[in-house]
Design a protein around this ligand. Structure first.
Ligand code: CUA
Length: 318
C-alpha cells in the first residue's frame, strides 16, 4: 500500500509510470516485474543472512551450511535473475517492430527539434518543429539523427529512449493508445541548454490526426490585422526569413525552426514557453538569456511596439 502511494506520486504527463501507449505499457510492466523481483531477492538473501548470523549462528553442521550457501547463494539468485533476464529479452522483438506507414523524422538541433512528417507514399515532407503529433492505434516509425551533438529522444509516457547522433540514423517505433498531451525531453546531456530542450507529444485519434496533418501541410495564413501586417514587414526587414521558413511567403530559411503554423503549437522555444504575446516578445528580445548559446540572436534593440507587431504576426500563424 505504501509502495502504491509512493508510486502514485510518479504519475503525470512526463512519467514512464503513466503509460499512454503500447511500448510504454511494456516498459511499465517490465519495471514492475524487475522491482518485485529485486525486492524478493533482496529480502530473501538478507533474511537468510540474518537467520544464519543472528538467529542461529552456531549450530550448523557443515553439510547444512553447504546446502544453504549453494541453494540460497547460487541456485536461488541464478534462477530468479535468469527468469527476469528471459522476461526482459522476450520484449526486445516488440521494440523493433515495423511501422504501419507513417514515418516521422526528427533531427536534434542546438536545443530544438526539427520534425518532418512522411505519410505513406509521400514524395515531400510536411515540416514543423518542437512538437510531435502521432495518431492512436497505429505504429509510427521515428527516424532520428542530430545536427552537431549527441542528444536523446524520450517521451516517457510513450516509450523508451533512443539516442540521436550526427551522421547516423537511429530508429524506433511507437504505438500510442491514449489521446492527450505528453511531454518529451532530451535525455542526453548536449550542452548548456540541454535542460531547456523539451517538446510536447500530442496524441490524437486517427481522424483528428488526419485533419491536423492536412492543416499543417497548408501554407501560412496571411496577416489579418494592420499590426500583424507591420509585423510581417518587420520580419522581412530584420532578415528573420533568412533563418526561418514560413510556407506560402518568400521566407524560406532552413537554419531555424519552421514557423508556418507556430501559433498552433503547444509551446514556444522547444517546450519552455507559451505562444502568447508576452512570451513571444520576451523570447525575441532575450533569446540568449532565456536559452544560453542558442543560435538566434536577441533582438533587444527593437522598440516595444515593434516587438508587439512581430509577436502579432507570429500569433497569426495558426
Ligand atoms: Cu539535446 Cu540534451
Amino acid at each position: 500500500m505504501a509502495l502504491m502511494m509512493a508510486l502514485a506520486g510518479c504519475a503525470g504527463r512526463q512519467s514512464a509510470l503513466s503509460p499512454a501507449g503500447e511500448d510504454a505499457s511494456w516498459l511499465h510492466d517490465l519495471w514492475i516485474v524487475m522491482l518485485v523481483g529485486a525486492v524478493i531477492l533482496w529480502t530473501a538473501l538478507n533474511g537468510l543472512f540474518f537467520f544464519v548470523t543472528r538467529v542461529r549462528p552456531n549450530d550448523w553442521p557443515e553439510r547444512h551450511a553447504n546446502r544453504l550457501i549453494i541453494g540460497g547463494g547460487v541456485i536461488f539468485p541464478t534462477v530468479l535473475v535468469g527468469t527476469l533476464l528471459a522476461y526482459g529479452l522476450s520484449m526486445m522483438p516488440h521494440m523493433r517492430a515495423d511501422g504501419d506507414g507513417l514515418v516521422v523524422k526528427v533531427r536534434a538541433e542546438e536545443w530544438w527539434w526539427r520534425v518532418e512528417y512522411w505519410p505513406a507514399g509521400a514524395t515531400a515532407p510536411i515540416v514543423t518543429a518542437n512538437e510531435i503529433r502521432l495518431p492512436t492505434g497505429q505504429r509510427t516509425e521515428l527516424l532520428l539523427d542530430a545536427n552537431k551533438y549527441i542528444h536523446s529522444f524520450w517521451v516517457p509516457a510513450l516509450g523508451g529512449k533512443m539516442d540521436m547522433f550526427p551522421g547516423r540514423e537511429t530508429r524506433m517505433t511507437l504505438r500510442p493508445e491514449t489521446p492527450g498531451v505528453y511531454r518529451g525531453q532530451c535525455a542526453e546531456f548536449c550542452g548548456p541548454s540541454h535542460a531547456l530542450m523539451a517538446f510536447e507529444a500530442v496524441i490524437l485519434t486517427p481522424g483528428d490526426f488526419a485533419a491536423w496533418l492536412e492543416a499543417e501541410a497548408a501554407p501560412a495564413a496571411p496577416p489579418a490585422t494592420p499590426e500583424a501586417q507591420r509585423g510581417q514587414t518587420l520580419f522581412r526587414d530584420e532578415g528573420c526569413g533568412a533563418c526561418h521558413a514560413v510556407r506560402g511567403t518568400e521566407f524560406d530559411g532552413l537554419v531555424g525552426p519552421d514557423l508556418t503554423h507556430l501559433a498552433s503549437r503547444q509551446s514556444l522555444g522547444a517546450g519552455i514557453m507559451e505562444v502568447t504575446r508576452e512570451d513571444l516578445t520576451d523570447w525575441i528580445a532575450h533569446t540568449r538569456d532565456i536559452k544560453p548559446e542558442v543560435a538566434m540572436p536577441a533582438y533587444d534593440w527593437l522598440e516595444a511596439a515593434e516587438l508587439a507587431d512581430l509577436a502579432a504576426y507570429l500569433e497569426g500563424l495558426k
